[in-house]
Design a binder for this molecule. Structure first.
Ligand SMILES: [Zn+2]
Ligand SMILES: [Zn+2]
Length: 384
């Protein structure tokens, strides 16, 4: 996942639990549910939890880590520690379309014949930089060049980073260039573009999973010998799912609800108000009353699902209030103007603007902000 752009982070804080490096030790977090930690190095994150749900037929894996042989080898050795092997994997569940969650799925499916479960809307999205018209060489040339030069692991790790970094904010623009709010797109360096094209043309076939079993809200999956309900939770991504087992009172949270950090909510979405979708998804899971054991994709298990959902909402409410007071202070402003007041300079950029835009649009749609487009095609917001 990508974390929210932090507005205030003092330099010497201890690492958050989501930032801890992956431990080799396997922990049993519930009946027939094991937590396997896999290394990732992404902004704000040190590991991803892959959950192994065992039953008489073998094992189902939730979120099997990043693409690339390094993570895959770690996964194989973690499974071995638990007396399991890839051939035992009958199901892979991917909570959402971020590479630290789907990365291992395609190879596991090829090697074990596992079915791959994801939401019906599962989609990885387009390239990190949508403007393909200015490249120096043809796509085929770039791919051939990269195939010869780049180790696929390196390329795919880079792709993964690209997708969760600032570049994601520059992707599906409603305009032909730039962002929907009229800002500059973050242009990835040429090297990143080369790697992205490598992924599209070669790596995609190798690492991008085919979802063989699409699921929707309320569908039931048999895992760990029990029945788990699919809960569709759009917000962090449109295709995000959580899983709930009323019998064991467990809840697989993915990136929807993490113990101490808030997930990145991009303002660029097919939705008119992605922040509102996230609020509704938080309310939806907060209403599930019998949960005692929440197992997130990053960080440690926790018990208070409703309480954590509420505090994530409150974080966003505070941010909405802050934006309103910024509006009173600066008057009409661009998304960048608001973003620069909201975040410290080291966080400035497309990702911070994307989050700011999500909040400004939410205010506009709830009647607390007005907008017009100026002559430079920038959106100008007034709040207050
Ligand atoms: Zn994640
Ligand atoms: Zn994510």
């Amino acid at each position: 996942m990508s974390t929210t752009a932090e507005s205030e982070t003092p330099a010497k804080k201890p690492p958050k639990q989501e930032q801890e490096p992956a431990k080799q030790e396997i922990t049993e977090v519930g009946d027939n549910v094991l937590r396997l930690e896999l290394d990732i190095s992404m902004p704000g994150l040190g590991h991803v939890n892959c959950y192994a749900l065992t039953d008489r037929d073998g094992v189902a894996l939730v979120d099997p880590g990043l693409p690339g042989p390094k993570t895959y080898d770690t996964l194989v050795s973690r499974l071995k520690q638990a007396n399991l092997a890839i051939k035992d994997v009958h199901t892979v569940i991917v909570t959402h379309s971020h590479p630290d969650h789907f990365g291992g799925a395609a190879r596991i499916a090829r090697e074990s014949g596992a079915k791959v479960v994801g939401h019906a809307n599962f989609s990885f999205g387009p390239a990190p930089h949508h403007d393909h018209d200015h490249s120096e060489a043809s796509v085929d040339d770039l791919a051939a060049h990269d195939e010869a030069e780049v180790h696929d692991e390196e390329a795919l790790e880079a792709v993964s980073k690209a997708v969760v970094s600032n570049y994601v904010a520059s992707t599906p623009s409603r305009r032909s260039k730039g962002t929907p709010w009229g800002g500059e797109s973050a242009k990835p360096p040429m090297r990143m573009l080369l790697k992205w094209r490598f992924f599209q043309l070669i790596g995609r076939a190798k690492w991008y999973p085919e979802i063989t079993h699409h699921v929707r809200q309320g569908d039931v999956l048999k895992l760990a010998g029990r029945e788990w309900f699919v809960v569709h939770t759009p917000g962090h991504t449109e295709d995000h799912i959580c899983l709930h087992d009323p019998e064991s009172r467990m809840f697989v949270a993915g990136d929807h609800i993490l113990p101490t950090i808030t997930p990145h909510i991009s303002g660029i979405s097919e939705r008119i108000d992605p922040l509102n979708a996230f609020f509704e998804s938080l309310d939806q899971v907060a209403e599930i009353r019998d949960v005692e054991n929440v197992i997130p994709a990053h960080g440690h298990p926790f018990d208070d699902l409703a309480g954590r959902a509420q505090s994530i909402k409150e974080h966003h409410f505070e941010r909405l209030d802050k934006i309103k007071s910024i509006g009173r202070e600066i008057g009409p402003g661009t998304v960048a103007d608001f973003s620069h007041k909201l975040f410290k300079p080291r966080s400035w950029g497309a990702m911070a603007e994307s989050e700011t835009y999500a909040h400004l649009e939410h205010l506009r749609l709830t009647g607390d902000a007005d907008v017009y487009e100026n002559k430079e095609h920038k959106l100008i917001y007034t709040t207050g």
